[in-house]
Design a protein around this ligand. Structure first.
Ligand code: PLP
Length: 400
């Protein structure tokens, strides 16, 4: 019989994918399910980007490229980091992979030895912990409480650091909470890191362009330049430019780390798709106006969802600064009974009830490391969001 490797034996298929599969099954049965689970923009990739890809195909850019990114794309990333983040990186401090996910995987595989610890600011994107485990490391989640805006508290971070800690993984704006860190929020965290020189910082800035109101995202590396020599900035085009399927992400960090990551990539996928890389060059160098329009649209949706959720007795929702997620508490409905007689004992129970009896798919907070909450992805048309909110309100009202 097949015996899975120890490194993956305890890693299941993502819970989000399972919920998605169940929602798809209900849809096939004719149910009008609204899925607020997926972490991807509903918008299409802008036409100038698609055209650049078509032009690349016609020009014969269909062969292997440099292992971890073409010179053109690395230059575009260097220019982006200078333009938008006021950070100076050389082209040989940039790496490009098949999505931010591969970049993170490369970094963990390149740096972790068996038993090394990685502190993860929680609630967190579930993949982080699984990727740490696959790389032989030990995930150490540290929860940011709602009173602290779901942000990591510096004292909690300091308490979690041991001599074996190799990384802090920080994600701002955050999946799943939408929480983002201002320079003032980052300062005490940077100070802790300065006191522990063995700990590197992995700063996942993939939702950088999705911040609302007056909030401006700042990289921790810009807040504390001394951390640059032990930081990896992770970013990509998936979320900003609605390019999830193209699979282009990138990292910026010290040359020895970038070189080690190239070794990992060279023995797995080699270069990311040549055509996608040409498209990403256009995304970064081309007109950026569309980002503003889309951001405004996401902001309206955020406001709609937050307002609707807070109007439901038993549900409370903090207004997030960015990304396209809300992370609402369902503590107020715990212990209540559904019309079919089930007592809701967890956020997973509540989410199952919403999907099975009210045709709305959302994701329990417990899988991101904090309960009882549920995550909504509002990267969906406003009309659909309104219907979904009405259904959730009806579902809660039906509880006794
Ligand atoms: N980082 C975070 C926090 C994410 O939520 C995601 C996708 O859901 C990624 C990285 C991966 O993005 P990519 O499509 O670039 O692999």
């Amino acid at each position: 019989a097949f015996r899975p490797a120890r490194r993956i034996a305890h890693i299941g298929v993502s819970e989000i994918l399972k919920i998605g599969a169940r929602a798809a099954q209900l849809k096939r049965e004719g149910r009008p399910v609204i899925v607020l689970g997926a972490g991807e923009p509903d918008f299409d990739t802008p036409d100038n980007i698609k055209d650049a890809a078509i032009a690349a195909i016609k020009a014969g850019a269909t062969k292997y490229t440099t292992l971890d990114g073409t010179a053109e794309l690395k230059d575009a990333i260097v220019a982006k980091l200078r333009r938008e983040n006021q950070l100076d990186y050389a082209a040989n401090e940039i790496t490009v992979g098949a999505g931010a996910k591969q970049v993170i995987h490369n970094a963990l595989m390149a740096s972790l030895d068996e038993g090394d610890e990685v502190v993860i600011a929680a609630p967190f994107w579930t993949s982080y912990a699984d990727m740490v485990i696959i790389a032989g490391g030990v995930p150490v989640p540290v929860v940011g409480r709602e009173e602290n805006g779901f942000r990591l508290d510096a004292a909690d971070l300091e308490a979690a650091i041991t001599p074996r800690t190799r990384w802090l993984m920080l994600n701002s704006p955050s999946n799943p909470t939408g929480a983002a860190y201002s320079p003032a929020d980052l300062r005490p965290i940077c100070d802790v890191l300065l006191r522990h020189p063995q700990v590197w910082l992995m700063s996942d800035e993939i939702y950088e362009h999705l911040a609302y109101g007056n909030f401006i995202c700042t990289s921790p590396v810009a807040v504390e330049p001394a951390l640059k020599e032990r930081s990896l900035i992770v970013n990509g085009v998936s979320k900003s430019y609605a390019m999830t399927g193209w699979r282009i992400g990138y990292g910026a960090g010290p040359r020895p780390l970038i070189a080690a990551m190239a070794v990992v990539q060279s023995q797995s996928t080699t270069n990311p798709a040549s055509i996608s890389q040409a498209a990403a060059v256009e995304a970064l160098n081309g007109p950026q106006e569309i980002l503003k329009e889309r951001r405004a649209s996401f902001e309206r949706r955020r406001d709609l969802v937050v307002k609707a959720l807070n109007a439901i007795p038993g549900i409370t929702c903090r207004k997030p600064e960015g990304a396209f997620y809300t992370f609402a508490s369902c503590a107020g409905v715990m212990g209540r009974k559904t019309p079919s007689g089930q007592v809701l004992e967890s956020d997973a129970d509540f989410c199952r009830y919403l999907l099975e009896e009210h045709d709305v798919a959302v994701v329990p907070g417990s899988i991101f490391g904090l309960a009882p909450y549920f995550r909504i992805s509002y990267a969906t048309a406003e009309a659909e969001l309104r219907t979904a909110m009405t259904r959730i309100a009806g579902a809660v009202e039906a509880l006794s």
